[in-house]
Design a protein around this ligand. Structure first.
Ligand code: OXK
Length: 395
């Protein structure tokens, strides 16, 4: 492995999305990630689209990871796990609080084996508090963080995102938490526990809502695709049936948009001078911009906005993304070779580093593909492995 995190060994014993995606991100930048699954495999392997019985999401989430099975509910599995912890740097887990402890694998046990271990605990609600033991999903975090309350049409229900938004945000935050804890370890020589509650990172991204409530007593309301901070800001349909999105958070951009759509008189209105006041005139502004866009095809609209230096984006699907020249220039989509599927395209590493770039060395491997290799490194002989297989401890 090469990359900024090479030499860091991570045991990813988490399931589904939030914990595992954090580990994927670390693996993309060179960490050695050993994915430890229940012998039945991580349920994520059966989530979403499958091709010929092969889970496609796993190809992405499992990339760069060594796929090992180990049943931690058994004394044999716990013993092997302890040996793995001895020379690991990081454990990422997402069991409910108390589960690792039930297996004799809580932090007090692990630090005795390896004082430098960073035990990263991803849960719905955190390690303490009245909800700590509840099972958690990103959906619940989208509900409790305030996201759903402000998402949707004003006269419609609170709205959930159709993908794992809170999980994804928590995953990226977890990757940052791990690297922060590793930096701390350089200073102190000690590991620590990282307590990541999925309800929190999404709240961090929800902006000034808490301070606005604290200081002004105001609660943000649902505004559909509009914003209470600027207008025009919405999605608009083009003549050829495509959609575009516009935002005018900067005053300069708002003025350029109105000149472009042939309505410069709006700029002279006293209320046009602030985004919040423009938002109160969203009906008029949306009508002006929407009718101009509706009379033109998408490409013409985008080109005109580009020439006017006004901000716009087409509303894309995956089919558009893979063809787009900007994403192509950035290398956002990687084409990889997968043993089960042949060539596959997926999102590339998260960001570009000039000197220590990340890389995708392999895509998600079948359940237990690296069990023999990895457990062999910990002294498990082929005979012992056969016995563990019979006992259902590995697969
Ligand atoms: C995902 C959960 C709701 C699942 O809850 P439970 O089924 O009650 O499991 P527990 O946490 O108590 O963990 C014990 C179970 O872990 C499973 N398990 C998994 N891997 C192993 C290995 N390697 N060995 C042994 N057991 C394992 C096994 O089925 C255990 O059940 P037994 O055999 O019975 O002991 C919970 O783990 C949780 O709240 N996690 C934190 C939040 C989180 O990460 N949620 C998922 C994000 S995805 C998401 O948000 C979304 O899909 O939407």
């Amino acid at each position: 492995m090469t990359g900024a995190l090479s030499g860091i060994r991570v045991l990813d014993v988490a399931t589904l999305f939030a914990g595992p995606l954090a580990a994927t991100t670390l693996a993309d930048y060179g960490a050695e990630v050993i994915k430890i699954e229940h012998p039945n495999g991580d349920p994520v392997r059966h989530h979403g689209a499958q091709r010929d019985g092969v889970g496609l999401w796993w190809k992405l989430l499992g990339r760069n990871k060594k796929a090992v099975t180990l049943y931690l509910g058994s004394p044999e599995g716990q013993e092997i796990f302890r040996e793995m912890v001895a020379d690991a740097d990081v454990v990422i887990e997402n069991f409910r609080p108390g589960t690792l402890e039930r297996w004799g694998l809580g932090y007090d046990e692990l630090r005795k084996i390896n004082p430098g271990i960073v035990l990263t605990r991803v849960t719905g609600f955190g390690q303490v508090g009245p909800y700590a033991k509840r099972p958690g999903f990103g959906t619940l975090a989208e509900a409790m963080s305030g996201f759903a309350a402000i998402t949707g049409e004003p006269d419609g229900p609170p709205t959930l995102p159709p993908f794992g938004l809170a999980d994804g945000i928590a995953a990226l935050a977890t990757a940052f938490a791990v690297t922060t804890a590793l930096r701390a370890r350089e200073q102190t020589g000690e590991g620590q526990v990282v307590d990541m509650a999925i309800i929190e990172p999404i709240l961090t991204l929800l902006g000034p809502q808490i301070i606005a409530y604290d200081q002004l007593g105001v609660l943000q309301e649902r505004t559909g695709n509009r914003s209470s901070n600027n207008a025009p800001r919405n999605t608009y349909r083009t003549r050829d049936g495509n959609w575009v999105a516009i935002s005018t958070s900067a005053q300069s951009i708002a003025e350029r948009v109105m000149r472009l759509v042939g309505r410069p008189e709006f700029i002279d209105e006293p209320w046009f001078a602030s985004g919040a006041e423009r938002a109160q005139h969203a009906d008029e502004l949306d009508e002006a911009v929407g009718s101009w866009i509706a009379a033109r095809d998408r490409d013409e609209v985008i080109t005109a906005f580009e020439e006017a230096e006004a901000a716009i984006a087409p509303i894309y699907t995956a089919a558009d993304i893979v063809e787009d020249p900007q994403f192509q220039a950035l290398g956002t989509i990687a084409t990889l070779s997968d043993d089960e599927l042949g060539p596959v395209r997926m999102q590339n590493v998260l960001f570009r580093m000039s000197e220590t770039p990340g890389s995708i060395n392999w895509t998600g491997a079948p359940v237990g593909a690296h069990t023999e290799e990895v457990l062999g490194e910990y002294g498990v002989t082929p005979q012992q492995l056969a016995r563990l297989r019979e006992q259902g401890v590995v697969r």
